[in-house]
Design a protein around this ligand. Sequence first.
Ligand code: PNS
Length: 163
Amino acid sequence: MLAVCPGSFDPITNGHLDVIARAAAIFDEVVVAVGKNSTKSYLFSADERIELVRESLAHLTNVTVDHLDGLIVDFVNARGGGVLVKGIRFAGDFEFELQMANLNKLVGGVETLILPAASQWSTLSSTLIREIANHGGDVSGFVPEPVARRIRQRSHGKEPSDG
Ligand code: PNS
């Protein structure tokens, strides 16, 4: 069976990586859907986010990465159906995921499986990684190596992206 892990991944963190690897161990195939959350301002462009997710997951042979445009249920159903897999860290995540899971079931007939974040990463967020990165801090303990490398390159003189 197919699992789809959606997110904006700006950037992908060790917490995302953990949830995706666990989904890959449970399901035959996993597609990571990299979308855009209109309420967020981005550190990386859509193409960079996809590239960094691909590099970070290269060791997982049953995982592929694709661009998400439109509704996530349409993305899943266009691939012949599957289950959404979401990681949750704390109660706030659960409340929002519960709302989305119910709507995604009603609107598109797609089920959601919720995995608890590993305790090690249970308070990690891309938002805080962006905050540290924007101030030149070291994020290498919290993100996959391709992301840490790209952030280091940025802080050595490259312009931030607005995509
Ligand atoms: O990492 P994020 O910011 O939580 O990711 C959000 C994203 C892009 C996965 C989410 O906004 C999404 O699924 N967008 C597609 C539109 C959609 O289907 N929304 C859910 C309706 S219940």
